[in-house]
Design a binder for this molecule. Structure first.
Ligand code: HSE
Length: 412
């Protein structure tokens, strides 16, 4: 029998306990060992829960218990999760986690610490909720030179955008629904401002390209500025609006990493990923494109990934999974605005429409003008031809009698 501890009994932690208890026989067969929850750490009281005798408020009960071989850190946030994880690894306990903030910030250091102490630090649940994606990148695609990763990485914002666009729901109502369903972070700002997706693309880029990417080096834009007008123009252009995390390895060994809402062509599979679902496309020299799709958030899908990591640790109590990446140099992240893109632009203008279109065309070349029902007469939306994002913004800045209301990248 192997004893495990769970740190945190929130949405994910309670799901981990539920899955371990409900599927205990099946899990024991797969792990070739019975897995017993010995401690659950949480500062709150849970008197009504059948396993209430397992709760402790004292981390020392876990760290000083030599019988505990695997710890699930599902408390979230950086502190004290960072200190607790370090202590567990140094005490020879493997740690599994869904905590993307911690992995994205301290992943290189914690992986090195796991290696020094001959234990595992696994975090499949930190990206894509229940979708198996990190292990496939690290193991199944190991033969590839991976050069690009892109996807819909946040269930809450995808749920909100889907409800707004398909059901005409307000942003606030859709966010409340996502929170009630247990998808959102404790502070939903991390979801709607793109920070959660940023942490996930950092982890994906680190795993795919072998170097740590720090969240504070990544351009991150959320969905709070998206309006119903933008959604209507997207529909006209046969696109959906999605929050995209994108990472690309460049020829000089640097990489661009960014998070932004984009017009995604309905010819692209990502446009059809709706509700809380996530999808991640990975590009490699041998595989071409591979896509991973599934539930990106929620109690049991996330618990499914955490428990799978616990099983993996139990099966490899005396062996390492060799999951690691190096720290990066200060100039590793290149400027994403040098990327060649097409952009959706919505302007307010004064003057004659044909003259405005002519001046825009003379700047950009052939543009595609969009329309929407109820379009105000002083509004113009269009899609630029390909150019660097930097050049597009600089040209937009020279337009006279125009005010830029929205800009979004196009994803074909
Ligand atoms: N808040 C996250 C999301 C949870 O909505 O995707 C899963 O990481």
């Amino acid at each position: 029998m192997v004893n495990v501890a769970i740190m945190g009994h929130g949405v994910v932690g309670s799901g981990v306990a539920e899955v371990l208890l409900k599927n205990s026989e099946l899990i024991a067969k797969k792990a070739k060992n019975e897995i017993r929850i010995k401690h659950i750490l949480d500062l709150r009281d849970f008197p009504e829960i059948p396993y209430s005798d397992l709760f402790t408020k004292d981390f020392n009960d876990i760290i000083s218990d030599d019988d505990v071989k695997v710890v699930a850190e599902v408390m979230g946030g950086l502190h004290p999760a960072y200190e607790f994880t370090k202590q567990c690894l140094m005490a020879g306990k493997s740690v599994v986690t869904s905590n993307k903030e911690l992995v994205a910030t301290y992943g290189a250091e914690l992986l090195a610490l796991a290696e020094e102490n001959n234990v595992n630090y696994l975090f499949e649940a930190s990206v894509g909720g229940g979708i198996p994606v990190l292990r496939p990148i690290a193991q199944c695609l190991a033969a590839n030179d991976l050069y690009e990763v892109e996807g819909i990485l946040n269930g809450t914002t995808n749920f909100i955008l889907t409800r707004m666009i398909s059901d005409g729901m307000s942003f606030e109502d859709a966010l409340k629904m996502a929170q009630d369903l247990g998808y959102a972070e404790k502070d939903p700002t991390a979801d709607i401002e793109g920070h959660d997706a940023c942490r996930k693309i950092c982890i994906l880029a680190a795993l795919a390209f072998g170097k740590h990417v720090y969240p504070n080096s990544v351009y991150t834009e959320g969905i709070t500025k998206i309006t119903s007008a933008d959604a209507a123009y997207a529909d006209f252009a046969d696109c959906a609006i999605k929050l995209i995390g994108h990472a690309k390895l460049l020829d000089d060994g640097k990489c661009t990493v960014a998070v932004y809402p984009a017009f995604v062509s309905r010819k692209n599979q990502l446009a059809h990923v709706n509700d809380v679902f996530n999808a991640i496309t990975v590009k490699g020299d041998a595989i071409g494109n591979a896509m991973f799709y599934g539930p990106g958030a929620g109690k049991l899908p996330t618990a499914s990934a955490v428990v799978a990591d616990i099983i993996d640790c139990v099966k490899h109590l005396h062996a390492r999974k060799y999951l690691s990446w190096d720290d990066c140099d200060a100039d590793y992240i290149a400027d994403h605005r040098k990327d060649t893109v097409r952009m959706y632009v919505r302007l307010g203008y004064t003057g004659e429409r044909p003259a405005v279109i002519e001046s825009i065309t003379s700047l950009f070349g052939q543009i595609k003008v969009l329309g929407r029902q109820g379009e105000p007469s002083d509004e113009l939306a269009f899609i630029t031809p390909f150019a660097s994002e930097e050049a597009i913004f600089s040209q937009l800045g020279t337009l006279k009698n125009c005010q830029v209301l929205s800009t979004l990248r196009m994803l074909d």
